[in-house]
Write a protein that binds this ligand. Structure first.
Ligand code: TXA
Ligand code: MG
Length: 337
């Protein structure tokens, strides 16, 4: 199959591809999604095949606006209404009971559905033209970093999908915040740029559970959270501190890619590729692109500084931990993996 790289002027053609049951990757402000008609089992099945995604991991359903909520959600409790009012359109997904219009392949057989109204204007135009809910997991192969620009999608899925809508670089760069509002409880299933603190504040102090630590025996609330994710081609080592002399001593001879929130000294080896981020937002926006590019730069190891878990730091830390192969132990002689 030939994959076309589509511009804004080709959105009507791309929406007709969706209506014919084809897959079209589309930009959002978080990451690129791999779109299919969420009411069409066969179209949704193609997503599992192309992504090599486990069959038990449901897709997020994208809507153009809140008027379409009733097509996807059977009930919208007050907490969910408040969350949509405060954070949509935007980087938020809310899990609600599903309608029968959403096909069971899209939700992996679950009776609930994760709903998102993205803010990116191109995404909104595309969704409006499609005139139906659109299933859209991130447009990467399972386990790999999510794509934050059209060429990342192209390099991974060229030849297996009908089109990629080029909307430039995603401004946020991390996947949406996922909040479940089922059975009267509010559970943060995946941290994102709408922070835990903002959600708690919007709900006026109502209890918000953060379900990060699922154990093998606990019931799985969000199937995606049990899989390893976002992995770059190179080993990724994490550290909270950056003791520069020790870092130099241990990694001087290696070609490393370093992601830091601390101002680097000037005496670092030239062969090191150093990214210094002044803000967490900048770190998030560039993370997956750097993961992907590092694999092409003949580097041996990526070392990333983990942020404190407040605000966007919680989401960044979560993605880094899921992608990592180890944590550097500065008290030991060697790093372990
Ligand atoms: O920012 C995003 O959310 C991007 C863009 C394209 O919208 N999409 C995305 O989709 O990250 P995906 O499939 O890569 O991640 C969806 C996550 C998975 O962890 C999945 O298990 C969870 O949302 N999820 C989807 N439907 C669910 C449901 N009904 N109940 C619980 N978790 C659900
Ligand atoms: Mg994904």
């Amino acid at each position: 199959m030939q994959t076309i790289l589509a511009k804004a002027s080709q959105l009507p053609y791309c929406s007709s591809l969706i209506q014919q049951g084809e897959l079209v990757a589309f930009p959002t402000e978080t990451v690129y999604g791999l779109g299919a008609d969420a009411t069409n089992d066969l179209a949704c099945q193609k997503i599992y095949t192309v992504k090599r995604r486990p069959q038990d991991n449901p897709f997020i359903i994208h809507l153009a606006n809140q008027n379409m909520l009733k097509e996807a959600a059977k009930e919208v409790p007050e907490t969910a209404k408040e969350l949509f009012k405060r954070f949509s359109p935007g980087p938020l997904t809310v899990v609600l009971p599903k309608t029968s219009l959403i096909c069971s392949t899209a939700t992996a057989g679950l009776s609930s559905v994760g709903i998102r109204i993205p803010a990116s204007p191109l995404a909104q135009q595309f969704l409006s033209l499609c005139q139906r809910p659109i299933a859209g997991p991130s447009a990467n192969r399972s386990g790999r970093p999510s794509p934050t620009n059209a060429s990342m999608v192209y390099n991974e899925l060229n030849g297996s999908i009908a089109a990629i809508i080029d909307g430039g670089s995603a401004s946020i760069g991390l996947e949406s915040t996922v909040v479940s509002c089922l059975q009267g409880k509010t559970v943060l299933l995946r941290a994102g740029s709408v922070s835990y603190e903002e959600i708690a504040e919007a709900l006026n102090g109502e209890k918000v559970i953060y379900n990060q630590t699922e154990t093998p025996n606990s019931p799985v609330l969000s199937p995606g959270q049990k899989y390893r994710h976002y992995q770059p081609d190179l080993p990724l080592l994490l550290t909270e501190e950056l003791p520069w002399p020790q870092l130099l001593e241990r990694f001087e001879s290696q070609k490393i890619v370093l992601l830091t929130l601390t101002v680097p000294p000037d005496n670092l080896p030239e062969r090191w590729q150093v990214y210094y981020f002044k803000t967490l937002a900048d770190y998030a926006a560039q993370l997956y692109r750097i993961f992907t590019e590092a694999g092409n730069q003949n580097a041996q190891t990526i070392i990333a500084q983990t942020p404190q878990p407040g605000g966007l730091g919680l989401a960044l830390k979560d993605r880094l931990q899921r992608a990592a192969s180890g944590i550097i132990d500065w008290s030991a002689n060697e790093s372990y993996e």
